[in-house]
Design a binder for this molecule. Structure first.
Ligand code: ADP
Ligand code: TRP
Length: 320
């Protein structure tokens, strides 16, 4: 089974990215052949500063390696190092109905937030389909906001296969329901675009302050509280085992527990959870040559796969 996912280098890795996509993808490394990549071409739709894009790309590479990506087992690369993917994007464009792209929530959300649409933003899902289909991926682990893009990919692949013959594997989306939408400090979906994230490799003081300033309701310490309504509880639950989760829920319901206390405990479990990864990241950051060699090697392996698919697609449409 081939597992594939990508992440844009367009901001600092946060708890939502980690639990929604990164950890499930890294766990799947054990179950099949994983392809993970840094979607720097996608990031170009929102990042227009070259230095920022370069820095973001190195950051994501360090993040993944620090969090347990095993380059011996997993093919890890930069999207832009595989030009076959952009070649495939065109071949997929010709079977992609406009209406399919017009219906994409992510595109509509970006317009609603005032981003000026260009063709790249509109065609974003076709490039994503090429990412997935180029490697004949079976399973795509993502957070819920990316589900529709994988469905679009399936539609495009089916349409191509119907019209030109069976070139592409039809991928399935894999969503870890328990962490499909991690809430941010304001209770909305955690997202870079909402400025409500908790970075996983942020600086200690800033991270503590971020958590201590989280908005809660105005219940007093004495009052009983409902864990199901608490963003703090939802975040705490991500880091601890069942028994500790239950214990915390019990303390909420019993009353006598203030939100300030929960915040302290949330910071403590989070800081400890990422401690080994933080240390590993600091080590890796001293060796950019190693990181680059992992990505270069990954790109060569990825390209070999993508070339086979693109050649088959070219033959199928009649351009060879
Ligand atoms: P952001 O919304 O911060 O811009 P991205 O769109 O770059 O994040 O998402 C990268 C990956 O992380 C995607 O697979 C996405 O589904 C997942 N993800 C992002 N935010 C969350 C969240 N709050 N909960 C669960 N998964 C998330
Ligand atoms: N669009 C995805 C995101 O913003 C990133 C991405 C690009 C991706 N290509 C992909 C994810 C292919 C999974 C598979 O999170």
């Amino acid at each position: 089974m081939r597992i594939l996912s990508g992440i844009q280098p367009s901001g600092k890795l946060h708890i939502g990215n980690y639990f929604g996509m990164m950890r499930p993808a890294l766990e799947l490394q054990e179950q099949g052949e994983a392809f993970l990549f840094i979607a720097n071409y996608h990031a170009l739709t929102t990042v227009d500063n070259p230095a920022e894009l370069r820095r973001g790309t190195l950051d994501v590479a360090l993040d993944f390696l620090a969090c347990g990506l095993d380059p011996g087992r997993t093919v890890f690369f930069r999207q832009s190092d595989v030009p076959e993917v952009t070649e495939l994007t065109w071949l997929l464009s010709i079977v992609t109905p406009m209406g399919l792209l017009e219906r994409c929530h992510s595109y509509k959300d970006k317009l609603a937030r005032g981003i000026k649409p260009n063709h790249g933003l509109f065609a974003y899902p076709v490039l994503m389909a090429a990412d997935i289909l180029a490697y004949q991926s079976h399973l795509v682990p993502v957070g819920r906001d990316q589900k529709q893009h994988v469905e679009v990919t399936r539609d495009i692949a089916l349409k191509f296969n119907n019209q030109y013959g069976p070139v592409f594997t039809i991928p399935d989306v894999s969503i870890r329901e328990s962490v499909a939408v991690v809430p941010g400090v304001d209770g909305q979906k955690m997202s870079k675009s909402y400025d409500n994230t908790i970075e996983i490799f942020g600086e200690e003081k800033a991270t503590r302050t971020r958590i201590m300033r989280m908005v809660t309701d105005s219940k007093t310490v004495e009052e009983a509280k409902d864990p199901a309504e608490s963003t703090l509880y939802a975040l705490y639950a991500l880091f601890v085992a069942e028994a500790e989760r239950e214990a915390m829920a019990g303390r909420y319901r019993a009353g006598g527990l203030g939100y300030g206390q929960v915040k302290k405990e949330l910071f403590a479990v989070m800081w400890e959870h990422f401690a080994p990864m933080r240390a590993r990241r600091a080590e890796l950051a001293k060796d950019p040559g190693y990181v680059e060699s992992v990505l270069t090697d990954g790109a060569a392996r990825a390209r070999a796969e993508a070339r086979k698919t693109v050649d088959a697609a070219r033959r199928a449409v009649g351009v060879v």
